[in-house]
Write a protein that binds this ligand. Structure first.
Ligand code: GLA
Length: 657
């Protein structure tokens, strides 16, 4: 009897096993489609991206997912799946327009599928990938070569044949927020720029950025006559007495109970400002049209309390929406554009601009403002058209140190799209600012029109946006950087290519103008983003929510050795010097013969990346330092290899031995 019972139990067990192992179909459209990344719109189950039937080359499909290039997703399979099958192509609804590419990689190494360029009205491609034993696949959708207009990519009949748990769709594999940078030493370290420009006779304000245990006593050797240092607050202010253009070689000194740090600081009296890329914070992506005086003051406080100011962040910049508009949900932002004398009026959230800049300046920080050469700004608030001189004088009187001049509605004023018309409003404002007795750094914001990098400096600009708003394509930050880097020959002290702000931590969604939410980038992507910006000598403006700054975000923003790459006095912009598959090597020359190197892995899985001396134009033995971890790696002769995580970076300093 016992033997019979055992036999039955055994059979039941085997039956259960066979049921468990039986293959079944899990459709892609049943998974969490919200995780799919795509260039436009949202993925739609069983319909195209514009909610029409899924149709490929004349055939209609009942099941599938409509999406839009570029983008992608990951699927966690944990060895439970057997096959991934789908029919991919460009939906017939595009009537001959659009294109895309699809590549599928497995964590077991290798490419499972490569569509080449998919075009409309061609037989779609069949995917039938063997994914037995695979833990994760990465699907990468490219926009092909002609932009992403009409790139309606259909995943028709897309399904997984699985034997175990359901596949899980995720936008990116989960990653821990690893803090790479050690806490600042207790001994003093002086950070930020080593080169600083001021016009003859202009007011001077500079807070020496320094880390180390407080109290620190500051001093400056060879401070030009007319300037004074507050040895407790580290604020240098005054006006240099001698109006002759010349360079002063000073030494900044910071001393506490544990030690002393010194750093050369060259002050150049001349006609060029922003001799290193400006650093600070801009309100746009944190608060959009909700900005208030209170938020600006709070952000200045946080810039100091978090230590951002101690590594070089200095500008606190108001973007659009500080003026009045004709119609707005918030009545405090509605009102006349100007007073009876034609002077621009801040809205009721900005009761006293001079008091606001005084507050910012009292901390040794600087204040920035925004306007447009058009009649209205991009958000429809008062612009400066036909009041350029008056507004510039007002901004100077209020005490602003930085102006972002945003094209916006000037398109209605410009007569066509000639180079002359692109330059005109900037020549006007650049000339006005140069004549003021206050130094105002000028940021040209016109999205790269007329190849602004070629003439931005000549019209009086100190930095210029090279493209549209990064907030709309944040996940494409590396491509945006690559395009910005192509303009490297035009960057030099006082003239910087601007790929837009640092959008990490908590940022509002640009499309919906949402309240700040965690940015969509993985921790490794955030390290890569900051590394790219520093290698490109980009202006470093954080534009996330200051009160939500957490330890991880601050560690990405505030590593002084990484910032030194950006602020290097030679002012060379780095760029990509070699590509090997998914690996990219970027290189930036530094003052004194050192070189900064970025080793990037743009692939979907961790992979070794090799830096060889030929690619990076290095000669002889090199001491390599890992700048994120602030550790020396040793001396290398001809090459260096390191494993780099998905979308991650190794940022190196190379010193010839
Ligand atoms: C444009 C600019 C942004 C921001 C907004 C404000 O889109 O490119 O950086 O200033 O205007 O409306």
């Amino acid at each position: 009897m016992k033997a019979f019972q055992a036999c039955v139990a055994g059979l039941v067990f085997l039956f259960a096993l066979s049921v468990m192992a039986e293959s079944r179909t899990v459709w892609l459209d049943q998974l969490d489609l919200g995780q799919m990344r795509q260039g436009w719109g949202k993925p739609v189950a069983n319909h195209s991206v514009v909610s029409m039937p899924l149709r490929l080359n004349g055939t209609t499909y009942e099941r599938g997912v409509g999406s839009h290039a570029p983008g992608g997703f990951h699927v966690i399979l944990d060895g439970n799946a057997e096959r991934f099958q789908a029919v991919v192509g460009i939906d017939d609804e595009t009537v001959g327009r659009g294109s895309a590419t699809v590549k599928i990689y497995s964590d077991k190494g290798g490419l499972l599928f490569d569509s080449g360029v998919l075009k409309p009205n061609q037989p779609p491609q069949q995917i039938d990938a063997d994914i037995r034993g695979v833990n994760r696949i990465a699907v990468i959708v490219g926009a092909a070569d002609n932009g992403n207009a009409y790139d309606h990519l259909d995943w028709a009949d897309a399904r997984f044949i699985v034997a175990g748990a359901d596949p899980q769709l995720v936008s990116a594999p989960p990653e821990e927020k690893v803090i790479l940078t050690p806490k600042p030493a207790r001994t003093p370290r002086i950070n930020g720029p080593r080169l600083y420009g001021v016009r003859p006779g202009s007011p001077f304000l500079f807070r020496i950025p320094a880390t180390g245990e407080r109290p620190i006593q500051f001093s400056v050797q060879s401070l030009p006559e007319g300037l004074k240092l507050d040895s407790d607050t580290a604020i240098i202010s005054g006006t240099i007495a001698d109006l002759t253009p010349k360079a002063y070689e000073t030494t900044l000194i910071a001393q506490n109970a544990l030690g002393k740090a010194e750093r050369p600081f060259r002050i150049v009296v001349g006609d060029t400002l922003a001799l290193t890329p400006p650093m600070g914070w801009n309100h746009w992506y944190a608060h959009y049209h909700n900005v208030t005086d209170k938020m600006m003051r709070e952000s200045a406080d946080i810039m100091v309390s978090t230590g951002m100011a101690d590594v070089g962040y200095a500008y606190v910049n108001i973007d659009d929406c500080w003026m009045n508009t004709a119609k707005h949900a918030d009545p405090l932002r509605v009102g006349p554009f100007r007073d009876e004398n034609g002077e621009i009026l801040p809205n009721k959230h900005f009761p006293d601009m001079k008091a606001l800049t005084d507050y910012v300046h009292s901390k040794g920080l600087k204040a920035g403002l925004y306007t447009s050469p058009g009649p209205t700004t991009c958000a429809g608030f008062a612009g400066s058209y036909q009041h350029e001189e008056q507004d510039a004088e007002t901004f100077a009187r209020w005490g602003f140190d930085f102006l972002k001049y945003d094209w916006c509605s000037y398109g209605q004023i410009a007569k066509g799209e000639s180079l002359e018309e692109f330059k005109k409003p900037y020549i006007l404002m650049g000339g006005i600012l140069e004549r003021l007795d206050r130094d105002i750094v000028l940021n040209l914001c016109q999205y790269g029109m007329g190849e602004v990098w070629k003439w931005g400096s000549e019209v009086g600009g100190h930095c210029w946006r090279t493209a549209g708003d990064l907030g709309f394509e944040l996940t494409q930050y590396h491509d945006v950087a690559s395009r910005n880097a192509e303009h490297w020959p035009h960057a030099h002290p006082g003239a910087w290519n601007d790929p837009d702000y640092l959008l990490i931590g908590a940022v509002g969604d640009a499309a919906t103008l949402s309240k700040p939410i965690p940015c969509p980038l993985t921790p490794n992507e955030q390290y890569s983003y900051m590394s790219l910006w520093c290698l490109m000598a980009s202006p470093l403006f954080y534009s996330g929510d200051m009160p939500s700054l957490d330890e991880f975000t601050l560690n990405v923003l505030c590593n002084p050795e990484v910032i030194d790459i950006d602020q290097d006095p030679l002012g060379k912009q780095g760029y990509c010097v070699a590509k090997h598959g998914d690996a990219e090597i970027w290189r930036k020359e530094l003052e004194g013969g050192d070189v900064a190197i970025g080793m990037f892995n743009r692939g979907e899985f961790e992979s070794p990346v090799t830096l060889n001396w030929t690619d990076a134009s290095l000669n002889g033995k090199q001491l390599l330092r890992d700048l994120w971890r602030q550790t020396d790696l040793g001396i290398f002769d001809t090459e260096f290899t390191a494993p780099i995580p998905r979308h991650g970076v190794m940022l190196l300093g190379a010193t010839p031995e």
